[in-house]
Ligand binder design. Structure first.
Ligand SMILES: Cc1ncc(COP(=O)(O)O)c(C=O)c1O
Length: 501
């Protein structure tokens, strides 16, 4: 009787959609069909359809999510093509030069599909077995490329923001423990923490301030240090800022240097800052979310000197190692510092069952359930290899330099910097207009017009109150000809604005 009920229920629930032995042929069919649609997406000529938000909203508004009728795979793919694939932003398109989104490598996609299908959860050995060892191997590899000490260790995270969060948390808790015997993890806040100060360049990523706020320390705990004309942290200004804070009763606890700032791709002088951090005996973190992968190149060895002496490092493979989101790592020279995030739960990783042979990576992470992101990196290193990746990164750097040289003497443009990495920040200047405010308006007009029409996606940013355009070049398949076409679009759109206003 009981068995009959179970049988009926199971038939009714159509369990063949679960990833299982019974569904293996359906699995292949679904994936095959889905990949056909994704391959068609690559045929879109524009980086974006240009459909307006109103049109896109109208389409999603018609969607009914409570229908009893289950769609077939073909029907679902048709529907999602219209709703999503036809309008998704194509980061592989040479006219996409806006943000830090890279085109992804095929081997990495294979790894991502495999990790998603098998659905390994990497947090404990009993959920991941050899996947844990593969993640550790990938961490070992990147630590070795950077030249961190043989004791170093790390963990995959959801992105640079989370990696930087871990850095600030460790720096804070370590300082509190070392100098005041405080155990913030167990006992919580102490008044002295309100005096702790982090120092980073004024061009550092906003996640430093945001993370300080999330840690309960507030934006005021982050002291921005002035940069020189190449957008690099000025070491003299750093020392002055630390001394000034000390005089007002605050306590410098960490310096965060950036290896590749988001807007300008500038590298803070890592070696000099490492020495200053060591003299002050405080934590030295390097945010290499953007520029850290340039350890694989021959072009940026000099800029990255000093990285090996950091207490902690952030690197985003989903920015400059051509990986699908997410793929970032947080690395530490001394793995003992993971104690500030570790937790032992009876149901998951009881302290008394600790076994070095079968590690539980949750002890190094602020996440619990965590994706096996290391697998796509494994495929990439095995099938693409570090030499080629280094060459891709050099290519996009040279593209930025070529573009700089191609337009720097053009009176239609005002340049801000010579690219150190792969971004270029500049401003369109209408020749017969002197008012900076109008230039701001025209530059924003150009950016929005090109995006809305699906012609090109360019970013904008601000410097000293003025609006600039930004190219972020991460596509090694782009050519200078592609980029000059976008430059021509900018000029045409800029002069159209003038004619129409
Ligand atoms: C220098 C730098 N650090 C951190 C981040 C944050 O990275 P994520 O977006 O992966 O959280 C970014 C993002 O652009 C960045 O450029």
């Amino acid at each position: 009787m009981f068995l009959d009920t179970e049988k009926n229920l199971i038939t009714k629930l159509e369990t063949d959609q679960f990833f299982s032995f019974d569904s293996r042929y359906d699995y292949k069919e679904y994936i095959q069909k889905a990949t056909n649609y994704v391959a068609d997406f690559l045929g879109n000529s524009k980086f974006y359809s240009g459909e307006s938000p109103i049109e896109l909203r109208a389409k999603t508004a018609l969607l009914s999510m409570d229908s009893d009728k289950a769609l077939s795979i073909d029907e679902a793919l048709d529907e999602i093509k219209e709703l999503y694939l036809d309008h998704a932003i194509g980061f592989h398109n040479p006219n996409y030069v806006a943000h830090l989104n890279c085109p992804v490598l095929l081997p990495a996609i294979v790894g991502d599909l495999m990790a998603s299908s098998v659905n390994t959860a990497i947090e404990t050995w009993d959920q991941s077995t050899s996947a844990t060892l593969i993640e550790q191997k990938m961490i070992e590899w990147i630590c070795m490329e950077i030249g961190l000490p043989s004791t170093s260790d790390g963990v995959f995270t959801s992105g640079g923001t989370q990696s930087n969060f871990m850095a600030l948390l460790m720096a804070r808790d370590n300082y509190a423990f070392k100098h005041y015997g405080l155990n913030l993890k167990e006992n919580g806040w102490s008044d002295v923490v309100s005096k702790f100060r982090f120092f980073c360049s004024e061009k550092a990523h906003f996640s430093i301030k945001k993370n300080a706020a999330l840690l309960g320390m507030g934006y005021d705990a982050v002291i921005p240090v002035t940069t020189d004309d190449r957008m690099k942290m000025d070491p003299n200004a750093l020392v002055l800022a630390m001394e000034r804070e000390k005089q007002s009763g605050n306590i410098p606890i960490a310096i965060i240097a950036t290896a590749g700032t988001t807007d300008f791709g500038s590298f803070d002088p890592l070696g000099t800052i490492a020495k200053i951090a060591s003299e002050y005996d405080i934590w030295f973190h390097i945010d290499g979310a953007y520029g850290g992968c340039y350890v694989l190149t021959d072009t940026h060895k000099e800029q990255l000197k000093g990285m090996e002496s950091a207490n902690s490092v952030t690197i985003d493979f989903h920015k400059t190692l051509f990986q699908p989101v997410c793929s970032s790592v947080f690395l530490v020279g001394n793995p003992d510092h993971f104690k500030y995030v570790s937790h032992y739960a009876d149901y998951l990783n009881p302290m008394e069952h600790r076994d070095e042979e079968c590690p539980n990576l949750i002890e190094k992470s602020i996440q619990t359930t965590r994706r096996f992101d290391a697998l796509k990196l494994w495929f990439t290193l095995k099938m693409t290899g570090t030499k080629k990746i280094g060459a891709f990164l050099e290519k996009v750097h040279y593209l930025a330099l070529d573009l700089y040289h191609a337009i720097k003497d053009d009176p239609c443009f005002e340049m801000v910097h010579k690219p150190e990495l792969s971004t270029l920040v500049f401003r369109y200047k209408a020749l017969d207009i002197n008012e900076e405010r109008i230039h701001d308006t025209i530059n924003l007009y150009i950016k929005n017009k090109l995006f809305k029409s699906g012609q090109a996606s360019i970013a904008s940013t601000k410097l000293n109150g003025k609006t600039y355009l930004k190219f972020t070049l991460l596509n090694p398949k782009s050519t200078i000809v592609d980029l000059l076409k976008i430059i021509q679009m900018i000029k045409n759109t800029g002069s159209n604005y003038k004619n129409n206003n």
